[in-house]
Design a protein around this ligand. Structure first.
Ligand code: SF4
Ligand code: SF4
Ligand code: SF4
Length: 310
């Protein structure tokens, strides 16, 4: 398995040199380092128009990944009424690598939209590029996986991720680690099998296949039913493209997606900063907070609309 990591994006130890030595890096040397994704990588196309909110995908993930029992059983639909202390809907966590949330949408005849959420397995993952010990790998199959044995627990990846996905196992007193969806890499994806959540869905909400084919399928579905679907595949281009992509019949900002996130991978903002900012390890997390805010701010200014945050 070829490892695409931060070093691959920042060729020649670019970041390492800057980080350790605290030297500025020229714009020319940091340009054209983007990684557009493996051409035959796999992905999942999620069609929210089909989801009925049964939570079978949550249950399948829990079983496949050996996660602890949830606070409420998977057939308890009262979870859809839960709002967290920060006013947000349910989030992925150390105990739940995927969750489904319900969104009430005005005048939608079909009722509320149920939205499944997990790591999007970005083509150019901010979690990976932010990790200075290379704990993350983007596999050629498309999954973004994580090696807890090299993680030092700095949690920079949690700050860097534009979708707020990585969770930290705070409840583990001895060896807390990052937890997130790994696209069932170890047990399924590397053998060419679809993820457990995909296979478990009774509504066939999710289609597993080569990412490039899924984009064609998504576009064909939109073209064949233009009155139904929003003319947009979320994830085709956002933050440089993601392995998990989405179709919807309501605007994505109405179902919790950040629609001002931009098409540039988060690494692009890193490159801009690398031209002017001498870095040291101690400011890395703060720097990434800045990159993230900058990315959102740029797009918000472009669109002049309030951000539909996750
Ligand atoms: S299993 Fe399918 S229909 Fe049920 S909540 Fe998950 S995505 Fe929706
Ligand atoms: S969604 Fe977040 S955690 Fe998942 S690959 Fe992208 S940056 Fe990493
Ligand atoms: S792909 Fe695998 S790890 Fe990720 S949410 Fe689905 S079942 Fe869980």
């Amino acid at each position: 398995m070829k490892k695409i990591n931060r070093r691959s994006f920042l060729k020649g130890g670019l970041a390492g040199t800057a980080v350790v030595a605290g030297t500025a890096v020229s714009k020319e040397s940091s340009a054209s380092q983007s990684f557009g994704g493996y051409p035959d990588s796999m992905g999942v196309l999620v069609d929210f128009t089909k989801c009925v909110g049964c939570r079978s995908c949550e249950a399948a993930c829990n079983k496949e990944q050996g996660l602890p029992a949830p606070d409420k059983p998977f057939d308890d639909m009262s979870v859809y009424d839960e709002i967290q202390h920060n006013g947000q809907k349910r989030r992925t966590s150390e105990k739940a690598y995927t969750i489904v949330n319900r969104y009430k949408v005005k005048d939608r005849e079909a009722g509320p939209v149920f939205r499944k959420f997990q790591c999007n397995h970005c083509n150019e993952p901010a979690c990976l590029t932010s990790c200075f010990v290379n704990a993350y790998t983007k596999t050629k199959e498309g999954a973004v996986i994580y090696d807890p044995t090299v993680c030092v627990g700095c949690r920079t990846c949690m700050i860097a991720c534009p979708f707020y996905v990585p969770a930290y196992s705070y409840s583990s007193p001895i060896n807390p680690v990052i937890k997130k969806c790994i696209m069932c890499y170890d047990t399924r994806l590397k053998f060419g099998r679809p993820p457990a959540c995909v296979e478990a869905c009774p509504q066939e909400v999710m289609t597993f296949g080569k990412r490039k084919d899924l984009i064609k399928i998504g576009n064909a579905r939109i073209r064949s039913n233009p009155d139904k679907y929003i003319d947009h595949i979320y994830g085709e281009k956002e933050v440089g493209g993601t392995a998990w992509m989405y179709l919807s019949d309501v605007p994505f900002d109405q179902i919790g997606f950040n629609t001002h996130i931009g098409e540039q991978p988060i690494i692009s903002y890193v490159k801009e900063f690398l031209t002017i900012v001498p870095m040291v390890l101690t400011i890395w997390p703060a720097l990434f907070t800045g990159f993230h805010l900058l990315a959102n701010r740029k797009e918000a200014l472009k669109n002049e609309k309030p951000s539909g945050k996750e």
